[in-house]
Design a protein around this ligand. Structure first.
Ligand code: ADP
Ligand code: ASP
Ligand code: MG
Length: 836
């Protein structure tokens, strides 16, 4: 019997662990350290399940070309990994080609216009796990560890619920005894594809998204294993999803009930049913691939009362895409069995209810269900309460979509007073409205329902209210992985791509797409340095991206939606255009991208009802960094943010944020005439093609507005007071005429310069930003002051805060130019790539 194998160890490698050949080798090495009595479970390569599940959709829509292209890309990705693993063999490549032929056949059998078939979806999805099991097994054998793929459908037996099957434990345990034990006895490592199994009729089923975790714990249960290791791309179970809460911390030990509750309430790190039936003797660890020595998180049945007392709330989680159904009516008061009837109806309709809450007046009950089944749930309830509706005991059954559940979880909550109050206060401070509240009798979990848009903000606020960033298990380690999408490929964009290429060797950073106004070039595996150089040369000589080899003609919006169809790693959109890109940026945020801006417009734009880009980013749990929008590469935005994070209050920022105007006034001060100085600036490329853009002060006004908004200024661009340096009569004439008439203004400027000089002063174009006002305009300052001493195109900013009050922080340096601006962008990209 299985008892004798209690020293078995089940290792499960998630998608991130199997992203490419290097990752697969790394996983194999972990097993190779202790191969005795090891059993391996493989997930599909990262992102592959998502792509596979799209294929039947394309087939049904008869999008044959897109279908073929997606299959080819997948095949290519697997073949590249296979050839890197097995340097001089063909066996693995042959096996993979065979799998792809069968996959193409299955897809070919799907008729255009046919309706979705869950059995076919499962059959298609299964290829991902099967191929990575073959690759992992090959990698082990190459390393000298005897390993063998065992067909998962012959081991994991389940019911016939396609897409979310429930395992049949007794039959699975029998298959494990029959097929895995002999291999283990012969010192062969069995490699089993995760996520899949077979229905009683032999059809392939899947165990629900993330189901490889369940495969692993199921095998561990059947083997009575000593331990299960779930190897992931995170340090373990964290206090929150690190993609949403950047300062999430590792929880070194988690009680099994806490872990189950987190998994059930949406924490993707563990499959919701993975812990069911796990034996007490089996130790479960969620461990970091990037640091195989670390034990990560141990999920245990032992309680740690001291830790529970210190951290009554252990972690936060959220489930999005939910709908709330409200059943209300005066006639419900005091009538027994309403909730039971509602539950019964939903159970019969196959709808699982994530949360229920009833006001103590019994006037209403609300239930939360996934949006996808909201209509079904509504109809089932309407039928169940038909009589009550008719008699008007129940007045209405209303559905509200786009809500999310946020749950705080911790065993220590029961018996600790004030947890709920702290939770609600944190949410109120974040200015978010709570739609419904539920607390289970176990007091292991308090859930609140909030507007989906606020779900990220709520998690961060609650995380900090319960001081979870202090839990002491170490931070979510930084891994500098990111896929970069360049929006704009002009001079700055090209320089950013070049600089990225130089640092990319030591980090896993790839430019995967470049987009311009004509179209885009995209390769989900990353554009090579050489390819980027060729594209840059083409662009520099005036060729639009759409006209380059493999360039595609498209609007920026459709380019982005094409990019979003692929599974990218921590994607970052870099906007180096000068246009109105709000729609593209919104789509990027909604698609899970972080944003880096050199483009000022999105931050200076009218903020509208949704509160602008930064608000929207917060709501999506994404970040927007924009160092290069003010002072090019100078650390202005970063300094302001750091001061604010440290609790200082930034009161005022004053300075010269325009290299162009800085140059102009420097020259005027030296006695050069206005027309000569401006023409020189134009020749040197310091101005916009129409120099009135600079002289009007609007560029400086935008920078002032961006700074002001960081300090709480609530106005728009038209509430910035701007002094234009273009006299009224010159504002509407054509640009060439303006340029030819520059000499007419020389007299006026000479007078102004002389007047200032008579007071030992010089002219500067200055921006002053505060919470209450933003002003930009011409001033005369003492030649001996630091602003007066400013040279050439240098910028200067002085930052006055509560702490730096009498002696502000002053930052001076080159504030214009392609190389320094690109460096500012690059810093932001690295910051995002390293912080998640
Ligand atoms: P696997 O590669 O094994 O399939 P998953 O990708 O399913 O792993 O799970 C890991 C992901 O879960 C992380 O990248 C992280 O974004 C997410 N996650 C959500 N909540 C948590 C949490 N509390 N702790 C750790 N990771 C979390
Ligand atoms: N590959 C499957 C998924 O993406 C199963 C898993 O990763 O556990 O859901
Ligand atoms: Mg998973």
């Amino acid at each position: 019997m299985a008892r004798s194998t209690s020293s078995a160890t089940v290792h499960k490698f998630g998608g991130a662990a199997l992203a490419d050949a290097d990752a697969i080798r790394h996983a194999a090495q972990i097993v190779a350290k202790r191969p005795a009595r090891a059993v391996v479970v493989a997930s599909a390569m990262r992102g592959v399940t998502d792509v596979l599940l799209e294929l039947p959709v394309l087939a049904r829509r008869d999008e044959r070309q897109a279908l073929r292209q997606s299959i080819d890309e997948l095949r290519q990705r697997h073949l590249v990994a296979a050839s890197e693993l097995e340097e001089d063999g063909e066996e693995l490549a042959g096996a993979i080609n065979g799998e792809f032929e069968r996959l193409s056949e299955v897809l070919g059998s799907i008729g255009a216009g046919s309706s979705a078939d869950p059995a076919i979806n499962d059959a298609v999805a299964a290829y991902g796990e099967r191929m990575s099991a073959s690759m992992l097994s090959a990698a082990l054998n190459i390393m000298g560890v005897r390993a063998k793929v065992v067909d998962a459908t012959q081991i994991i037996r389940a019911d016939a619920t396609h897409g979310n099957a429930t395992p049949d434990f007794p039959r699975t345990a029998a298959a494990v005894n029959e097929q895995l034990l002999p291999l283990i006895g012969d010192q062969v490592v069995p490699v089993v594809a995760g996520f899949i199994g077979s229905a009683p009729n032999g059809a392939i089923v899947t165990l629900g998204r993330g189901g490889s975790d369940l495969t692993a714990t199921l095998l561990a249960r059947a083997l009575n294993a000593g331990s299960v290791m779930l190897w992931k791309d995170v340090p373990g179970v964290l206090t929150a999803d690190p993609q949403v809460v950047p300062d999430a911390r590792l929880v070194p030990r988690l009680h099994v009930r806490e872990a189950a509750e987190l998994a059930y309430y949406g924490a993707k790190v563990l499959h919701p049913r993975a812990l069911i039936g796990l034996r007490d003797e089996t130790r479960l660890f969620i461990r970091p691939l990037s640091n195989p020595e670390s034990l990560g998180t141990e999920v245990t049945t032992r309680r740690d009362k001291a830790a529970e007392k210190r951290y009554p709330v252990r972690a936060i989680t959220a489930i999005g895409s939910q709908a709330i159904i409200n059943i209300s009516g005066d006639g419900m008061v005091g009538v027994p069995g309403i909730a039971a009837r509602a539950f019964g109806a939903l159970e019969r309709a196959g709808v699982s209810v994530a949360l229920i809450s009833q006001a103590s007046s019994e006037h209403s009950i609300c239930l939360v269900v996934p949006t996808a089944v909201a209509a079904l749930a509504h109809d089932a309830l309407a039928a169940a309460f038909a009589q009550q509706l008719e008699r008007q005991e129940v007045e209405g059954i209303d559905v509200e979509k786009d809500v999310a559940i946020v749950a705080v979880v911790g065993l220590g909550m029961s018996g600790t007073r004030g947890v709920a109050a702290r939770l609600f206060a944190a949410i109120a401070d974040a200015e978010v409205n709570i739609i419904a509240i539920a607390q289970g009798a176990s007091e292991l979990n308090i859930s609140v329902v909030v507007d989906e848009k606020s779900v990220a903000a709520v998690q961060r606020a609650v995380h900090s209210a319960f001081r979870l960033d202090k839990i002491g298990g170490g931070a979510a380690t930084a891994s500098a992985n990111a896929d970069v999408v360049m929006l704009g490929f002009g001079r700055i964009g090209r320089e950013v791509a070049t600089q990225l290429g130089e640092v990319a060797r030591t980090r896993s950073l790839h430019v995967v797409a470049v987009i311009d106004s004509s179209g885009y070039v995209f390769d989900p595996r990353g554009l090579s340095k050489r390819r980027l150089a060729t594209l840059a040369a083409a662009k520099a000589s005036g060729t639009a991206l759409a006209n380059t080899p493999k360039g595609v003609r498209a609007s920026a919006e459709s380019a982005l939606s094409e990019v979003r169809r692929h599974a990218l790693t921590r994607p970052i959109l870099v906007d180096v255009t000068a246009g109105d890109t709000s729609a593209v940026l919104e789509a990027a945020l909604a698609g899970g991208m972080d944003i880096v801006l050199a483009n000022k417009n999105p931050l200076a734009a009218r903020r509208g009802r949704r509160g602008g880009l930064t608000r929207s980013a917060t709501a999506h749990g994404r970040r927007v960094l924009h160092e290069a929008t003010v002072g090019a590469g100078l650390p202005i935005i970063d300094t302001i943010s750091k001061l604010q994070e440290s609790g200082d209050k930034v009161l005022r920022i004053e300075g010269c944020p325009s290299g162009t105007l800085g140059y102009l006034f420097g020259e005027l001060g030296r006695g050069t005439s206005f027309s000569t100085a401006l023409r020189a600036a134009m020749t040197l490329g310091y101005t916009e093609p129409d120099p009135r853009e600079d002289l009007s002060g609007m560029d400086v006004a935008r920078k002032g507005l961006i700074l002001g908004r960081m300090l709480g200024f609530s106005g728009e661009l038209d509430s910035v007071s701007v002094e234009s340096l273009v006299p009224v009569e010159y504002r509407d004439i054509p640009a060439p005429e303006f340029i030819s008439r520059l000499d007419e203004m020389d007299g006026l400027w000479r007078e102004r310069v002389e007047e200032a000089r008579s007071h030992d002063s010089v002219l500067r174009y200055r921006a002053t930003a505060g919470r209450d006002s933003v002003r930009v305009g011409l001033v005369a300052v003492s030649a001996a002051s630091s602003l007066g001493a400013l040279m050439g195109t240098d910028n200067q900013f002085s930052i006055t805060t509560s702490r730096y009050h009498d002696n502000p922080i002053v930052i001076t340096g080159p504030g214009a130019g392609v190389a320094v601006t690109a460096a500012g962008v690059l810093n932001d990209v690295l910051k995002l790539a390293g912080s998640r």
